[in-house]
Design a protein around this ligand. Structure first.
Ligand SMILES: Nc1ncnc2c1ncn2[C@@H]1O[C@H](COP(=O)(O)OP(=O)(O)OP(=O)(O)O)[C@@H](O)[C@H]1O
Ligand SMILES: [Mg+2]
Length: 262
């Protein structure tokens, strides 16, 4: 199969450990190109750990992880090249506070390309336009609302035109209106730019409407993988407990203490 025909992400028989603990096992997952996949699951279930395996930050203890048609490389140079193809939006935005919005977005372009200044300026303007923030080019992060700052971070994540976008809790800390803006933007960018998007979130009801596929992880494994529509109808007790947010059920509330050693 040509690398361009391969799914954007493919996991086969993957086990992910942190130290001596197995966080996830038996992972078999395919993310089709062009799709939006919502990865759902309770806190501590291993959603961010799964993302870390896609970016090569965490090497699987077993199985294979392929991203954009190639196994995630171990070799540093090859790994950096792959990472350039993955746009990541992290919960904290990660904007540099002493740079303006435009300068923050220009950063990956300055670091990873040799494009002339004028071209970079034009690209930055286009990315700001893509997130509806052209007027905020010269604002510093402290001058932006939470929703605007998230949009600047989004513009920076797409600066290098990565074919694959990964969002880790993109709605955290935003009010319903700002959440709606971000979720629509994620959907719009995916369609307009022909991206593949993976959204890790516990904001089930906001995210499912734009998702083509849903994956639920709980108790160390994938408990659901399919369409969002069928998810609601799933008879799996773990899935139902998670969707309904019930404290009692097969998902133990304190199953995965974050700091076991502490
Ligand atoms: N760097 C690390 N070292 C050791 N354990 C870790 C590390 N990162 C995560 N873990 C553990 O792995 C488990 C899964 O964590 P992870 O952050 O993937 O969960 P999550 O589903 O993203 O949770 P949340 O919804 O709270 O972000 C947790 O029990 C956590 O304590
Ligand atoms: Mg997480």
């Amino acid at each position: 199969m040509d690398a361009n025909d391969a799914p954007a992400v493919r996991l086969a028989g993957v086990r992910l450990d942190r130290g001596t603990r197995t966080i996830l096992s038996g992972l078999d997952l395919e993310v089709p190109r062009g799709s939006i996949t919502a990865v759902l699951g309770p806190s501590g279930s291993g959603k961010s750990t799964l993302l870390a395996a896609l970016t090569g930050e965490l090497v699987p203890a077993a199985g294979t992880v392929e991203v954009l048609g190639q196994p995630v490389p171990r070799q540093q140079r090859a790994l950096l090249a792959l990472r350039r193809s993955i746009g990541v939006l992290l919960q904290g935005n990660g904007l540099l506070t002493d740079l303006t919005a435009a300068e923050n977005i220009a950063l990956p372009l300055r670091t990873h390309t040799r494009l002339p200044r004028a071209v970079i300026d034009r690209l930055v303007e286009m990315k700001l336009h893509a997130v509806g923030l052209r007027a905020a080019a010269d604002a510093y992060p402290r001058e932006l609302s939470g929703g605007m700052a998230r949009r600047v971070a989004l513009a920076r994540a797409i600066a290098l035109d990565p074919p694959l976008m990964i969002y880790d809790e993109p709605l955290t800390g935003l009010d319903p209106i700002a959440s709606g803006v971000i979720i629509n933007l994620i959907s719009e960018l995916n369609d307009r730019l022909g991206l593949t998007s993976i959204i890790v979130t516990h904001h089930v009801h906001e995210t499912l409407p734009i998702a083509d596929r849903a994956v639920v992880i709980a108790n160390g494994r994938v408990v659901y993988s399919g369409t969002p529509g069928e998810l609601q109808a799933s008879g799996d007790l773990l899935v139902q407990q998670f969707l309904q947010g019930k404290p009692d059920g097969p998902i133990a509330f304190d199953s995965s203490p974050r700091a076991e050693a502490a």
